[in-house]
Design a protein around this ligand. Structure first.
Ligand SMILES: [Zn+2]
Length: 336
């Protein structure tokens, strides 16, 4: 484990932010400060999630970073003055920070409650017959949070933020989009063991009020896939570009959801020894409808247009470029 810095993380964060504001750096302009979760009641959700996250981060040893030496990591929930829902990661004053804005957290909570209430029959019949809706929503909140925070964490572990990140020279324009999917995949491989066999399992069992091992497995899987799709839809709602190219930072939504399900399927097959029939039996389509149903109908239209573009010759070339980039980041080689 790295040595604990002398300056406490809260103070390091405030100092970092103050310096960025003094220098007028645009990137951090909208962040007005940390939320002092330690002053909130102990059952407040902001405090619950921040304490939960910092406990996870204090546990990160070299084993789960694949040998990459990281500074000690710390999470902060921050106030913003522009309402933007976002998460960031950066290193500052001996600490590595993972930061989430309050609107993003609030949005996760709102969407978690909404998906449970809009799909009440599904949740009470298939996910958690004896759980109360608010607790089911809390598990979906935690999973969305894990999805985003593990993605941010993976950018650090996979050295995407370095001045010369791995494979940058070979990948060129495809680098940043391939890194996004690489971070999704690495994050998913971090989250799934936590929920299926780590401390997340008893937590999920309590929230869903289920102790049967088999039904818990299937409920965890369903909630995780749903939470992932909800997060992706939330990030894209209202701003889907129909045609994509390598100049943007993020790959298009259908591609990212597709890779997410591939990573989950791969984990179930290779690590979790869990069934993967959900890949082909229509389950994913139903989950996507439930996730997309939380947003404006225009999103579904834009989605259909984007799928059509991805199947066009230009779209297929684009997907092939991305696939080569991801393979290179994950295996260190390019397939012929
Ligand atoms: Zn990212």
């Amino acid at each position: 484990m790295p040595e604990t810095p002398k300056i406490p993380p809260e103070a390091a964060f405030e100092r970092f932010l103050h310096e960025k504001h003094e220098r007028g750096e645009k990137k951090y302009e909208h962040i007005s400060g940390r939320i002092a979760v330690e002053n909130l009641p102990s059952d407040h959700l902001y405090r619950w999630i921040a304490e939960w996250m910092n406990l996870q981060l204090s546990d990160v040893g070299v084993t789960s970073t694949g040998g990459v030496a990281l500074p000690p990591l710390h999470f902060e929930l921050v106030r913003v003055n522009n309402g933007i829902a976002a998460a960031h990661t950066f290193e500052a004053v001996e600490w590595g920070f993972i930061v989430m804005t309050q609107p993003m957290f609030d949005e996760m909570l709102r969407l978690s409650r909404l998906v449970v209430s809009q799909n009440a029959a599904f949740f009470s019949l298939q996910i958690a017959p004896s759980a109360d809706a608010e607790k089911t929503a809390r598990l979906l909140l935690l999973m969305q949070f894990c999805f985003v925070s593990a993605h941010e964490y993976s950018h650090l572990v996979r050295q995407h933020l370095e001045d010369h990140p791995p494979h940058a020279d070979v990948l060129g324009a495809v680098l940043s989009q391939a890194q996004e999917i690489d971070a999704d995949g690495y994050g998913i491989y971090h989250d799934l063991p936590y929920f299926f066999s780590g401390a997340g399992r008893p937590l999920a069992s309590r929230l869903l009020n289920t102790s049967s091992s088999k039904s818990l497995d299937s409920s965890i899987l369903s909630c995780f896939l749903l939470a992932g799709m909800i997060q992706f839809c939330a990030r894209w709602a209202g701003k889907i570009q129909i045609e994509s190219d390598l100049s943007t930072e993020h790959p298009p939504l259908p591609l990212r959801i597709n890779y997410m399900t591939l990573f989950v399927e791969m984990w179930c097959r290779e690590v979790g020894e869990l069934p993967t029939t959900w890949m082909t039996d229509g389950t994913l389509r139903n989950y996507f409808s439930a996730a997309a149903g939380l947003f404006q109908p225009e999103m579904k239209t834009a989605w259909d247009q984007q799928i059509a573009w991805l199947k066009s010759p230009n779209g297929e070339n684009y997907c092939a470029e991305i696939r080569k980039g991801i393979d290179r980041l994950r295996t260190g080689t390019i397939e012929p």
